[in-house]
Design a protein around this ligand. Structure first.
Ligand SMILES: Nc1ncnc2c1ncn2[C@@H]1O[C@H](COP(=O)(O)OP(=O)(O)OP(=O)(O)O)[C@@H](O)[C@H]1O
Length: 627
């Protein structure tokens, strides 16, 4: 058989699908109907601009959302273009025939496409997700137009009669059913309007009908002078203004209002792009108080001032979601439900543009406001590092501005650090992961004018591996992983071998630990008796197993710790001289245990049982002094 033809759709089957399944959230009807109302106003204004219509003087455009809890109705009232009965038949009765597209088509040479939101010709029907019956009461702007009244109870039948409206515009009345009863709550409805419509282009007023009357009745004389109702939205959002017209205060106030963050942002980027796509927005770098505070940002995506959704990963690269901001892109290829995007090459271009702008801002700040850049670094470095891990292009752009705090409190670039310490460190980059715990090693480094950088954020482990993979000749090594030759005296290993053998045997016996590794070294300082070294490789292995929740496996892995005893230290010398003296067995035991614990302590916290023993032993040693 060889046949072709067009598919037929039965409206009674498809209608329930549109009503129930087209939109992911019930509250979408608020966005759809209010944006239709705004479109109706925009169209009328455009007709005026095109001299197809003359607006009466002193026209103020607005949208009223009127809730009547008692009558179970929500009305959306605009004073826009209105509709004739013919237009209702065309735009409303024909599902998926968009009047917005039709309007743009009709005036395509005169009107630019911007600002009109509607696109698919489906939004209106979202009303049936919450309403049992919907009426449209409308009067067109056209001279001599007759008012029209349309009513539909959600089936496929409608009635269209002459209406009674005398003012130009449209009133959509929703008779709310069970599915939408939540929206009869004033707070819910108001917050939903605020969620989607906070920046729509015409004033939106929220009115509670029954409540207004009740209030008026028991209002006192003074209160009689009605407080002026304020619109819920800001019709001219900051991101649409030219950056030159925005003050620092404007940016900060906008940030506080939109993100309800009482801390001031560190700095921001005003995105303002007209070509090859239209994109406006403001991205803020938030202040982070501590590492444990949520690093989650919030990027609100708008399409022509209509809120689409938060944190859409297709447009905003993942690492930028740590920032807070708004992005308005009228050119977004949204699908019908608007909360999803058609993931095409265009979206990738938008995302690349945003990434580039952020990198440019950071490098610009580094060059022109270096002091501020350093001041902000504590807050922004996790973001920069996360971005470097996630996006190679971003890394390439920012790699030269990544700085590191040294143990002397100065900020250095990796290049400068390596150059400065080339002689002492070769290609090694010594780092500290916990300034407090590793303070003994830091002191040692400082004593011999060595330098290390502080990498103490949870992202730093992954970042170091990334740097080692990206940059040849960079090898990170924790400050307690090995002894630099610069800390040791130039004595040969052979000379110290007998001491090492003696003390290794002694410590193994006393501590009852057969696997313990001991090494005697001749350090330049006499003050330090013992330190513990753990090779970089095995520490990373341990950390990795911890990270992937393989704690026990990590514990069972052979530890690569080495107890280093300083040949120059008095206590170590005492052990070497007296380890065979039977009369001093108890003292020797105590010294060994204490030196081991001290070395361990500057390396990691002691387990509870060892800590108790350590404190008890410390007290015993002190009492010896007092005797
Ligand atoms: N308040 C209104 N005033 C005037 N015309 C309206 C109003 N609401 C809807 N219309 C007309 O009905 C048409 C269909 O509306 P609907 O919301 O279904 O689709 P749309 O706005 O064109 O596209 P989208 O599905 O993207 O919202 C509109 O294009 C418009 O012509």
């Amino acid at each position: 058989m060889n046949e072709s033809g067009s598919l037929s759709i039965h409206s009674e089957n498809i209608f329930p699908i549109i009503k129930k399944w087209l939109y992911s959230d019930h509250d979408i009807f608020v966005r759809e109907l209010i944006s239709n109302a705004c479109d109706a106003i925009t169209k009328l204004k455009k007709l005026d601009v095109m001299s197809e219509y003359t607006l009466p003087e002193n026209t103020t455009f607005k949208v009223d959302v009127v809730l009547n809890e008692k009558d179970k109705t929500i009305k959306i009232i605009d004073n826009g273009i209105g509709m004739t009965a013919e237009e209702i038949k065309k735009y409303i009765n024909q599902i998926a025939f968009s009047g917005a597209e039709d309007f743009l088509d009709k005036y395509k040479d005169k009107a630019n496409q911007e600002q009109i939101i509607g696109h698919f010709g489906l939004g209106f029907y979202s009303a049936f997700m919450v309403a049992e019956t919907v009426t449209i009461d409308t009067l067109s702007y056209e001279d001599g137009a007759a008012p029209a009244l349309w009513e539909c109870d959600g089936g496929t039948e409608f009635s269209l009669t002459e209406g009674s409206r005398t003012q130009r515009g449209t009133t959509i009345t929703l008779h709310i059913g069970d599915d939408g009863k939540d929206f009869l709550n004033a707070y819910t409805l108001r917050t939903t309007i605020e969620k989607y419509c906070s920046f729509m282009p015409y004033d939106i007023f929220f009115i509670e009908e029954g409540k207004e009357e009740a209030k008026k009745e028991d209002a006192s004389e003074e209160k009689e002078e009605q407080e002026e109702i304020k619109p819920l939205n800001d019709t001219n959002p900051l991101w649409l203004k030219h950056p030159n017209d925005c003050s620092e205060e404007d940016y900060k106030a906008f940030y506080k209002k939109v993100f309800m963050d009482f801390k001031e942002p560190l700095f921001w980027i005003h995105l303002n792009m007209d070509y090859p796509f239209n994109l406006k927005g403001i991205l803020y770098f938030p202040k982070i108080n501590n590492e444990f505070e949520s690093m989650e940002g919030q990027i609100k995506l708008f399409n022509n001032q209509v809120f689409v959704a938060d944190n859409i990963k297709e447009v905003i690269p993942e690492f930028l979601l740590l920032l807070k901001g708004v992005i308005d892109c009228p050119d977004l290829p949204l699908n019908v439900s608007r909360s999803f995007l058609q993931n095409d090459g265009f979206v990738k271009k938008i995302s690349d543009y945003i990434t580039k702008k952020v990198a440019d801002k950071l490098t610009g700040l580094y060059k022109t406001e270096n002091d501020n850049f350093k001041k902000f670094w504590g807050d922004i470095h996790p973001f920069v590092k996360f971005g470097s891990l996630k996006d190679n292009k971003f890394y390439d752009k920012v790699k030269d501005i990544i700085i590191y705090k040294s143990i002397y409190g100065e900020y250095v670039s990796l290049k400068d650090y390596m150059e400065k310490n080339k002689e002492k460190n070769k290609d090694k980059v010594f780092y500290v992961s916990d300034e407090q715990q590793q303070s003994q090693y830091i002191d040692l480094f400082k004593q011999y004018e060595m330098d290390a950088i502080v990498l103490d954020h949870s992202i730093d482990q992954a970042f170091m591996s990334h740097m080692e993979a990206q940059e040849q000749d960079v090898k990170f090594q924790r400050i307690d992983s090995d002894l630099s030759d610069h800390l040791k005296e130039a004595s040969s290993e052979e000379d110290l071998k007998p001491a090492t053998e003696t003390l290794e045997k002694l410590f193994k016996d006393v501590l009852n630990n057969d696997t313990l590794k001991v090494k005697v070294e001749s350090l330049k300082t006499e003050d330090l008796s013992s330190i513990m070294l753990l090779s970089e490789e095995s520490r990373r292995m341990q950390e990795m197993s911890k990270m992937y929740g393989l704690g026990d496996l990590g514990a069972n892995m052979p530890s690569d710790e080495t107890l280093v005893l300083n040949n120059k230290n008095q206590l170590v010398q005492y052990l070497l001289t007296n380890n065979e003296d039977e009369t001093k067995v108890d003292d020797i035991k105590m010294i060994c245990e204490q030196l081991y614990d001290l070395a361990l302590l500057s390396h990691k916290p002691l387990p509870p049982e060892s800590m108790t023993k350590f404190i008890k032993r410390s007290n015993q040693l002190l009492s010896k002094l007092a005797l």
